[in-house]
Design a protein around this ligand. Structure first.
Ligand SMILES: Nc1ncnc2c1ncn2[C@@H]1O[C@H](COP(=O)(O)OP(=O)(O)OP(=O)(O)O)[C@@H](O)[C@H]1O
Ligand SMILES: [Mg+2]
Length: 364
């Protein structure tokens, strides 16, 4: 088996790309999953590309980069110093993630392939384009931005994954671009991303929600427990350190911050200190003029999602309905006069004396 370390790294160990050899029987039992027609299932089963998320530090081998080796050595020495604590943590995370993933089937939730007990690892379908945070960094370095249409498709797909989780009484708790995996995303400056990406077809974007390490089933009253990523964590978790009950609306708050990442290609509050205090006081991450050129409904959805009070945030289903509306990516707030060389005029509407303002565009 050839393993390649993937760019992202789990909390306990590396994530490897690997090829899984299916037994004839497995391929026969599940010809559809293996991508085969039932008649061809008796032929040599194909290799299946998977991601193996290690839950314990495994030596990456002598050919690994020095930085990779340093990370491994640090994780390994911790593990050796207190094996019981780390083994228990890894075991609990594996159970937690499996307990959630094993019951879920959705086009925008990463499919579980299996589990390996030694070394302790979770096997998932491989996302060919890796984590979304890497794609956003790629865009940022190129100087391009995501088109409105591309943002809409990502928002809709992850919104639907959240809606599905909430319908199954699961709070996700760690929504951020690092935990979203990409199967398909347009390249920067490609034809599909030109202007507002109006021509981008729905099939050019396919993303799925991964990393269920801190997701929790909820009771009708809500859930407790401290968990999430600073900057994405809802104020009601931060304020009481997770000791007071909260609802699935904590995911709506992170969804707002996730939209911020898509629009700005920055992490919320990057470079800020005292982020917790800022969020508790109602502070939100900064937006530049360039960020505000996105359509109004998109910006509004981000702002309403990160409302201070959970009651004011939309449910995942409401967020999906808003994002699916045809006007979602069409209504802009800002028209640059300089761009059009246009002229303004005022007119009094006869009868009701209202002043009407208009912008006239030059003839084509
Ligand atoms: N199925 C996959 N295909 C491709 N890359 C993956 C896959 N699963 C995970 N990765 C990569 O590994 C990284 C870490 O995975 P994951 O978020 O599941 O681990 P984690 O231990 O929960 O990390 P943390 O809790 O620190 O976010 C991801 O950000 C991604 O880059
Ligand atoms: Mg993660």
């Amino acid at each position: 088996m050839i393993c390649v370390i993937l760019p992202g790294r789990g909390a306990f160990g590396f994530v490897y790309e690997s090829a899984l050899k299916q037994t004839r029987q497995a391929a026969k039992q599940s010809p559809i999953k293996a991508g085969l027609s039932p008649s061809s299932a008796s032929a040599t089963p194909p290799l299946r590309n998977v991601a193996v998320k290690m839950l314990q530090p495994i030596d990456p081998g002598p050919n690994a980069k020095e930085t990779t080796l340093a990370v491994y050595r640090a994780a390994h020495s911790k593990w050796v110093r207190d094996p019981l604590q780390y083994a228990c943590k890894a075991y609990c995370t594996a159970r937690q993630e499996l307990n959630i993933l094993i019951h879920l089937r959705h086009p925008h939730i990463v499919p579980l392939v299996g589990i390996c007990t030694n070394p302790l690892s979770i096997v998932l379908e491989l996302a060919p384009m890796g984590a979304l945070d890497q794609r956003l960094r790629h865009y940022r370095r190129s100087g391009d931005k995501l088109s409105s249409k591309c943002v809409q498709l990502v928002v809709l797909q992850i919104g639907r994954a959240l809606e599905y989780l909430h319908q199954h009484h699961i709070i996700y708790r760690d929504l951020k671009s690092e935990n979203v995996l990409a199967w398909r995303m347009p390249e920067p400056f490609s034809a599909a991303t030109a202007s507002d990406g109006e021509d981008l077809s729905a099939t050019s974007v396919h993303v799925k929600l991964a990393d269920y390490g801190i997701s929790r089933p909820t009771l009708p009253t809500g859930a407790k427990g401290f968990g999430g990523t600073e900057g994405f964590m809802a104020p009601e978790i931060v304020r009481y350190n997770g000791e007071e009950e909260y609802t699935e609306k904590v995911d709506a708050f992170s969804f707002g911050m996730f939209i911020y990442e898509l629009l700005t290609l920055r992490q919320p509050f990057a470079g800020f200190e005292t982020v917790k205090e800022l969020i508790l006081e109602g502070g939100r991450p900064p937006l530049t003029y360039r960020d505000l050129i996105y359509p109004t409904y998109l910006l509004d959805l981000m702002v309403v999602c990160w409302s201070q009070h959970p009651r004011d945030r939309p449910s995942a289903s409401q967020a999906v309905s808003i994002a699916a509306a045809p006007e979602f990516i069409h209504l802009g707030d800002v028209v640059s006069l300089a761009d059009y060389g246009s002229c303004c005029a005022q007119a009094v509407v006869p009868g009701n004396k209202r002043v009407m303002q208009a912008i006239f565009l030059p003839p084509p």
